[in-house]
Design a protein around this ligand. Sequence first.
Ligand SMILES: [Zn+2]
Ligand SMILES: [Zn+2]
Length: 78
Amino acid sequence: MLPLDPQADPGRRAWVPCPRCRDSNHCEPCTQRRTCPTHWRYLLANTGSLLHLQCSSCNHVWAHETHFGATRAHWNPR
Ligand SMILES: [Zn+2]
Ligand SMILES: [Zn+2]
């Protein structure tokens, strides 16, 4: 298990399903895409519409493309 990233801040949260532990499956607020009080991720950083997240349950770190926000100068499709 990875340690918690030093940039992880409980004050910066994002609600994205974790691709590893999928702890938000079968959770009512999560499946309704509401801000669940249990299943949230640390928002480590964001680059344009790409979010760098860490799961608060399993500490998995991944990047999530939201397709929202500013267009990046260096676009890497997949
Ligand atoms: Zn997880
Ligand atoms: Zn939830």
